[in-house]
Design a binder for this molecule. Sequence first.
Ligand SMILES: [Zn+2]
Length: 116
Amino acid sequence: MHEMSVAISIVEAAEARARKEGSGVISEIALVVGRLAGIVPDALRFCFPAAARGSIAEDAVLVIEEREGRGVCVSCGASFPVSFYVAECPECRSLAVRVVSGDEFIIESITIEEGE
Ligand SMILES: [Zn+2]
């Protein structure tokens, strides 16, 4: 499970951003995680409190928006949801499928509460 190291890098990135904007603590971190990003949102939620312990993100709420993967068939042009990199076109059964989205892993926003 590599979610622990992912959680730690999220906390580090959030802290760096917060420091740049001055003082304060982080109250919310919003992420976008694609289904093909190789990250299990539940595992990330589980690891986050331990990763954030002792940091200014300790009390932050982790909001995770999951995005489905989408593939486009190179043979017939059909577009459909995919859950794996190897997918079969539901229209023509071709395996020439290009994954066009779903592997994103983005820190969408960080909410910082102004401290004293
Ligand atoms: Zn097709």
